[in-house]
Design a protein around this ligand. Structure first.
Ligand SMILES: NC(=O)c1ccc[n+]([C@@H]2O[C@H](COP(=O)([O-])OP(=O)(O)OC[C@H]3O[C@@H](n4cnc5c(N)ncnc54)[C@H](OP(=O)(O)O)[C@@H]3O)[C@@H](O)[C@H]2O)c1
Length: 199
């Protein structure tokens, strides 16, 4: 089973404002940027309870259609008002949750929500990450990334730009980092420090 992340962030790395709104993701002139293709490749969604609350508050039809949605929560939410939605609560350590979903036959899970993504990344369970940076700085909010117990190597697959200044990078996780084509940042820093000392 594969677990993937597909999300949008401000250039300073936020998924949402502190009050959980994300109006800043809709910058003018945006075109499609691959979400529909990604969506059709997943057979279930795993979201944190706060992402679920945000999705539930949207006006209009249930955002996830008929796709099975697993809501990570230690509570017992009432899903009865979500008519037609396929929603279930789930809890536990990331590995145990992933094992449960795999046992149920799912093959590709869309993992979403800040804390949720961070936990699954830290547990080494995310296979692929597609992050679209929207050209805005918002200064504070809910971060996509957070503390991790050790470095996580990413293998760069592709970076594309889309209308409206969106920059989308796709990474596979756990592979060897791609070799830098030019001087590394560390090399440049050492050279700058040396030339500063010499001046
Ligand atoms: N920009 C984007 O593409 C994007 C994508 C997704 C989300 N968002 C935004 O990000 C915000 C949500 O992110 P977030 O970091 O605040 O929270 P989150 O990951 O959506 O939800 C966190 C909650 O999930 C539950 N949880 C997490 N791990 C668990 C586990 N292992 N077992 C059981 N329950 C677990 C806990 O809920 P309980 O307290 O109920 O136990 C926890 O408080 C929302 O504003 C959302 O709209 C933006």
């Amino acid at each position: 089973m594969k677990l993937s992340v597909f999300c949008g962030v401000s250039v300073d790395g936020f998924l949402a404002r502190p009050d959980h709104t994300f109006d800043f993701l809709d910058t003018p002139g945006q075109g499609p940027h691959g979400f529909d293709e990604f969506w059709s490749s997943v057979d279930a969604v795993l979201i944190g309870r706060r992402t679920f609350n945000a999705a539930r508050s949207f006006a209009g039809p249930w955002a996830y259609g008929k796709k099975p949605v697993f809501v990570l929560t230690h509570r017992q939410p009432d899903f009865s008002s979500l008519r037609g939605a396929v929603v279930e609560a789930i809890a536990g350590e990331p590995r145990a949750v992933a094992d449960q979903l795999e046992e149920r036959g799912f093959q590709h899970i869309y993992v979403d929500g800040g804390q949720t993504i961070q936990q699954f990344l830290a547990a080494g369970l995310i296979d692929r990450m597609i992050v679209t940076r929207v050209p805005v700085l918002i200064g504070e909010g809910i971060s996509l990334f957070g503390p991790i117990p050790r470095d996580i190597a990413l293998r760069h697959i592709a970076t594309q730009t889309f209308q409206g200044g969106l920059v989308q990078s796709e990474y596979a996780i756990g592979g060897k980092p791609s070799k830098p084509a030019r001087k590394t940042v560390a090399t440049r820093k050492r050279q700058t420090a040396r030339s500063t000392r010499e001046n």
